[in-house]
Design a protein around this ligand. Structure first.
Ligand SMILES: [Zn+2]
Length: 324
């Protein structure tokens, strides 16, 4: 009982950051409402219940939408700003660290716009800069396939790393102060980014490949290299990346502990991938369930300072360092 109470207090006091959800594509298509997402994983009530203070909303356009990447991306950018306008009492669009702190101080949820998949740039640095003007502050360089920036994990046989355009994008992102996200990137590109990056490199949603041998997860060597840049890995709740045979909260906590052991306590965060998956980890079925993960870490004897880093402190540090 005492421990359960402790966990609730620790969770409430912490700034909780979810570095990846796919809710925007559902909102843009009118499939869910932010007031009540129904079968969806993320809405206002669930975020409040889950004690989540900062959310990365990813624009994701499936590569099958050839010829319409930018239009579909802009429709999701529009869905982000429209949602913020409707729910401005509770949700703020943030584009700088001071604005994020102001939102938190006002007790509001800070929404960060990100783009998952550099194919929406359609080969143009100008598009990158316009997206930045529209509040995009994080770009996942690839999705699973190959694009004009690099190869995704689905193309890893080719061993393709960053293209010259991909390098230009990373350089321009660092100049602007955008977060460079290596989730979905094939290993060669991962190492290219880590070698060239001057700012912390993040992986918004992935787990340990040692515990779950899936190409979307990171090897220990990758975790150490990413941590050495000052970066953070957002632990992912998709069963296939957690433990397809036994996807439990305990298994998610195992990934958190492994990443912390390998890369240090400063390199672990949360990147749920909510609304990006049909099936969920038992007990982590939507955003409202996040306090249960804190309870699990408390049960394992984790100290509060470390829990706070994982829940959001580490991603906040990277945002502060990276955003201009
Ligand atoms: Zn993803």
């Amino acid at each position: 009982m005492g421990q359960k109470k402790d966990a609730e207090i620790i969770h409430k006091k912490a700034v909780v950051v979810d570095a990846h959800c796919d809710t925007l594509s559902l909102l843009a298509e009118g499939r869910v409402s932010f007031a009540d997402a129904g079968e969806g994983h993320v809405d206002l009530r669930r975020l409040k219940q889950g004690g989540i203070n900062v959310v990365f909303f990813a624009v994701f356009v499936h590569p099958r939408n050839r010829g319409a990447y930018l239009r579909k991306a802009l429709e999701q950018v529009d869905a982000f700003h429209t949602t913020v306008a409707v729910h401005r009492e509770d949700l703020v669009a943030v584009r700088e660290y001071s604005g994020l702190r102001r939102a938190l101080a006002a007790g509001k949820i800070a929404g960060i716009l990100s783009v998952e998949g550099g194919h929406v740039l359609e080969g143009s640095l100008g598009v990158l800069r316009v997206l930045y003007q529209m509040y995009v502050r994080c770009l996942t360089l690839t999705w699973n396939g190959r694009n004009k920036l690099a190869d995704g994990v689905g193309e890893s046989e080719s061993r393709g790393g960053l293209t010259s355009f991909g390098r230009e994008v990373v350089r321009e992102m660092e100049r602007l102060g955008m977060l460079v996200d290596v989730a979905h990137l094939a290993p060669a590109g991962f190492w290219d980014v880590v070698r060239m990056a001057k700012n912390p490199v993040i992986d918004t949603h992935a787990n340990s490949r040692v515990l779950c041998d899936h190409p979307r997860n990171l090897t220990d060597e990758q975790v150490r290299a990413l941590a050495a840049t000052g970066g953070v890995v957002g632990v992912n709740f998709v069963p296939a990346f957690v433990d397809p045979a036994n996807p439990t909260i305990e298994a998610v906590a195992d990934h958190i502990e492994h990443l912390a052991t390998v890369g240090g306590i400063d390199c672990v965060g949360i990147g749920s991938d909510f609304d990006g998956t049909a099936n969920t980890v038992a007990g982590l079925d939507d955003a409202a369930c996040l306090p249960l993960l804190t309870a699990c870490l408390v049960d394992r004897g984790w100290q509060e300072a470390h829990i706070r880093k994982v829940l959001g402190g580490n991603f906040l540090r990277v945002l502060k360092e990276t955003w201009k």
